[in-house]
Design a protein around this ligand. Sequence first.
Ligand code: C5P
Length: 414
Amino acid sequence: MSDSALQNRRILLIIGGGIAAYKCLELIRRLRDKGARVRTILTEAGAQFVTPLSVGTLTGEPVFQSLFDLTREAEIGHIELSRDADLLVVAPATADLMAKMANGLTGDLATTTLLATDKPVLIAPAMNVRMWAHRATQRNLEQLMADGVEIVGPNEGPMACNEYGFVRMAEPAEILAAIEQHFSENAFKGELPLKGIKALVTSGPTHEPIDPVRYLANRSSGKQGYAIATALARLGAETVLVSGPTNLPPPPGVTVKNVETAREMLAACEASLPVDVAVCAAAVADWRVDVDATQKIKKEAGAKAPDLRLIENPDILATISKLTANRPPLVVGFAAETEKVVEHAVAKRARKGCDWIVANDVSPETGVMGGELNTVHLITRDGQEDWPLLPKQAVAERLARRILAHFTNKDKNA
Ligand code: C5P
């Protein structure tokens, strides 16, 4: 991206009350180096961590602090403050600020401005790890995402202990990149940058019949794959979702092919080729029963339990990756690992023959098992990217943008 993406952009930076506020000083400097104009609102709590003098010196603008500063209200009111910005950035976005934003609460200059604005908003959360993982914060995060708020980070902190650790605010360079990304995406607005790209996504579990009423299955909800199909379709990709049985509604703008078994899933995938990108997020059953009974197996009194012999199912990801004809140019697999996450994922990428692996860290110490959050590493030919702790929807959106970057060749590492 050219350095001019931020030239003359007007950023309104709202500095919340957290130790990470100090990083805003560096962020301001970097934004100004790129030619952006930065105005700031410093919350009362934020002013406990950085001084108005240092913020004002770096921005070269007055620092706005109080809703009731009448002189300043007369010069430039909070409506004007938000109207005169291209993007509002909240950093650090504390649990309190996120809760107020999600619920439309006001009370000070920062929250009043955030409620009064019709401009895009980017937040950089930072807080205690338990506060971040709390249902209330996750609910607020979901709400903010549904409201169109953009999110950068947070990153996992050095967590000596889960109880007292922090999820750290994204680094100034990461926030800067998210701001640049925002402006480059806005350049796409209405254009559907993945238009012309065909995508295939697998999702959900498979059901492997034992007899007409019983089956082997797993607990996959299908949420991650549905979110990926949604994100790709939203960017304009012609998207086919091959889904095992789930309770999820079909994503808008996506062609859904419902299947039950691994063999049906493979057949539906093969029938959907050729595509430009295949994302295999399904939790395909590794085994099936060798012969499924045509009639319900009866539990006769005194009879011994049936012997079920399991045989291996086809590996859809490996099959697609190793096709000689119609092999999609980009094949992405998933890997859920509990230990040596990256090492195992790198080996899996080689074994399956896919191009990228999204490695999902489900080790107990992440505290994300069974939750809505994912800690993800993207393994490509050129190495690994460590993504912050994110909701599944945010993982999907980030992956879709990464796929876009791959196809538009913006990303040299793709
Ligand atoms: O080998 P493992 O199940 O850990 O690999 C996970 C990846 O392989 C996922 O992308 C999953 O969708 C895919 N897979 C598949 N068919 C199988 C088993 C796994 O496509 N039979």
